[in-house]
Design a protein around this ligand. Structure first.
Ligand SMILES: Cc1cc2nc3c(=O)[nH]c(=O)nc-3n(C[C@H](O)[C@H](O)[C@H](O)COP(=O)(O)OP(=O)(O)OC[C@H]3O[C@@H](n4cnc5c(N)ncnc54)[C@H](O)[C@@H]3O)c2cc1C
Length: 365
């Protein structure tokens, strides 16, 4: 069976990886390089956490996601994960972090409640309000996303997957399985998967109607010397409290300290809106100005633009049409499920699993 996978982000790479291990004949087509540094999946790290205040189904699915990553580490012979633990800071009753506590309780994930004094003792680099509290899970942490994508691409090359970088697909005939690229080349697949990230709506109109694409920039920093050790020992901080949704990944396993602010986003097109604003680092840092001690001593390393697709209720979308499966797994939380999605999508493409059923699992139902 010939299977064409379009898109070399985490979903396309892991699906191709699983298909190759099942002995399928796989072609991976990507408009950029493989891996692609402009894919949403290509950044130093992504968070894996059980915190899902508004979806017990996704919270529970994280256990399966962790198991799938463990299977992947065994198969590629490397672990690209640091289990730092994950902390959410609550500054108001009923905020995201506070609601996460109840959700963790309901799905049976072990957590600790930290007082303001605990927070201050463990994270002296932060300056938090007196009423701040913390919810900490020892499980979860940082997945080293660009290293995962790079290793997967290398593995695919060794496993004789036909890698076609610089092949932008412009048309998919869902009934015949014919795929046409921008340069006019045509390919034929028995089954086709497109996992096109923020570009998917350009080729799959049925998904364009369901997703909204946002541009976001994340900021990499060096902490001042007095706080370097504290940051190296820090858990992932998935939420600083407040409405901005600001979060931080610590500089672990050779990675850099990153902060990002979901509220700092705007509608965008991944082909057009990549340039940075003149004062963008300052804008991002300002969201955390009250939370970081010695904030003006942090040194900017670099900024990276990245694109999200958001779907209603932040659910991943799986659309089947003839020979085509279109998967949009983002809404800002899709990387952690990348290994699991790759296993499940491969089973669907091989006819071993039902697309609707897998769509429901990955859709968080
Ligand atoms: C700032 C930011 C922070 C995030 N943080 C987290 C987090 O902490 N935890 C988490 O779990 N998730 C997080 N996410 C979400 C996660 O990064 C995405 O859900 C995931 O990377 C999506 O992977 P993907 O393979 O579906 O898409 P992508 O990684 O975008 O890959 C799609 C690929 O398809 C290619 N492509 C598209 N169209 C075509 C075409 N027509 N022809 C050929 N190639 C094509 C693209 O070039 C691209 O390489 C975050 C996202 C962003 C933007």
């Amino acid at each position: 069976m010939n299977i064409i996978v379009i898109g070399a982000g985490i979903a396309g790479l892991t699906t191709a990886f699983n298909l190759a291990h099942h002995g399928a004949n796989v072609t991976l087509m990507e408009q950029g390089n493989i891996p692609h540094d402009r894919a949403s999946s290509f950044d130093q790290h992504r968070i894996i956490r059980h915190f899902y205040p508004d979806s017990e189904a996704y919270g529970r699915l994280v256990e399966q996601a962790l198991a799938a990553w463990n299977r992947l580490w065994r198969r590629i012979g490397r672990i690209h994960f640091a289990e730092t633990g994950v902390l959410a800071i609550s500054t108001e009753a009923g905020d995201w972090s506070d609601r996460s506590r109840g959700a963790l309780e309901r799905i049976g994930i072990a957590y600790e409640s930290w007082s303001q004094a605990d927070l201050q003792a463990r994270l002296p680099q932060l300056s938090l309000p007196d009423h701040a509290t913390g919810v900490f899970t020892p499980s979860g942490g940082a997945l080293f996303a660009d290293r995962i994508c790079t290793d997967l691409a290398r593995n695919l090359r060794h496993n004789a997957v036909d890698l076609l970088p610089k092949h932008r697909v412009v048309e998919i005939e869902t009934e015949t399985g014919r795929v046409v690229t921008e340069s006019g080349e045509a390919f034929k697949g028995d089954q086709i998967l497109i996992a096109g990230g923020a570009w998917i709506g350009k080729v799959v109109p049925a998904l364009a109607a369901k997703i909204t694409t946002y541009r976001q920039a994340v900021l990499y920093l060096t902490a001042p010397p007095q706080w370097e050790a504290a940051w190296r020992q820090s858990p992932v901080i998935v939420d600083f409290g407040g409405a901005s949704g600001a979060y931080a990944l610590p500089p672990v396993n050779g990675s850099d300290l990153k902060i990002a602010v979901p509220a700092h986003r705007r509608l965008g097109d991944p082909d057009k809106d990549r340039s940075l604003d003149f004062d963008e680092a300052e804008t991002i840092l300002n969201y955390l100005r009250g939370d970081l001690v010695d904030v003006d001593q942090y040194r900017q390393l670099y900024l990276k633009t990245c694109f999200y697709t958001f779907a209603p209720e932040d659910r991943f979308q799986l659309h089947r049409e003839g020979r085509l499966i279109a998967y949009s797994g983002c809404s800002g939380h899709g990387f952690k499920f990348g290994a699991l999605a790759g296993e499940m999508l491969a089973e669907v493409l091989l006819g071993k699993a039902d697309a609707d059923q897998v769509g429901r699992v990955l859709g968080g139902y």
